[in-house]
Design a protein around this ligand. Structure first.
Ligand SMILES: Cc1cc2nc3c(=O)[nH]c(=O)nc-3n(C[C@H](O)[C@H](O)[C@H](O)COP(=O)(O)O)c2cc1C
Length: 191
């Protein structure tokens, strides 16, 4: 798939077909993309924990906070939960590039997953202690970002907005994602 098309296709998915699992090899393939991604000083400080096993996934799920704008929705029900997760661990460090490295790694993972036919959602709101325990975060590291993955089980509509950026669900239960127009993001350089 061409990159711009992939960017349009790759929405954050929060309802999945939970019974369809993702092979371990696929998850390693997504992490391999992150391994090859650019990172500050090529230090390669991030570490990754893949979860595909149902029992392990059920230890991750309760730590996650879903879709802050959907106030009446408490997250995916049993049957529509993620089939896999990747935890990105970052080192405790003053280095300013580490959150950037993690964002790039996450982007490579979700785009590779999307290209392989899966959906995903990056999650930064979670109970870090629960995740540390479930993921065995290495000493000197903390869980920075979680990527939930699975076969998409919801319809998502990408739309343009001139101001209101809150995502919402319509009466047909479709998830809408408003994006600002390209022109509104461009800051002209000074003459
Ligand atoms: C750094 C980051 C953190 C996020 N954290 C959460 C989260 O904790 N819970 C959640 O449901 N979605 C989370 N998201 C998903 C965003 O809400 C989503 O990207 C945004 O609504 C735009 O939708 P889109 O990804 O389909 O373009 C996060 C996304 C990013 C990039």
């Amino acid at each position: 798939m061409e990159m711009h098309e992939l960017s349009m296709e790759n929405r954050s998915v929060r309802r999945f077909m939970q019974e369809i699992s993702i092979p371990d090899g696929d998850l390693l393939h997504f992490i391999d993309s992150a391994r090859l991604a650019p990172c500050g000083a090529n230090l390669q400080l991030l570490r990754f924990t893949p979860f595909t096993d149902r029992k392990h996934c059920s230890r991750i799920f309760p730590a996650l906070k879903w879709a802050g704008y959907l106030e009446d929705w408490n997250g995916p029900d049993e049957g529509e939960r993620p089939a896999a997760y990747i935890i990105i661990h970052a080192p405790h460090s003053e280095r300013r590039h580490i959150p950037v490295d993690a964002g790039i790694a996450a982007a490579y993972i979700v785009l590779t997953a999307r290209e392989s036919g899966y959906g995903s959602c990056m999650i930064m709101s979670f109970d870090a202690e629960m995740i540390k325990e479930a993921a065995g975060t290495p000493g000197g590291y903390y869980p920075f970002l979680i990527i939930a993955l699975g076969v998409p089980g919801e319809e998502i509509v990408l739309e343009e907005t001139d101001g209101n950026i809150r995502y919402y669900r319509d009466t047909e239960d479709r998830h809408h994602v408003p994006k600002l127009a390209l022109e509104s993001l461009i800051v002209p350089a000074t003459e």
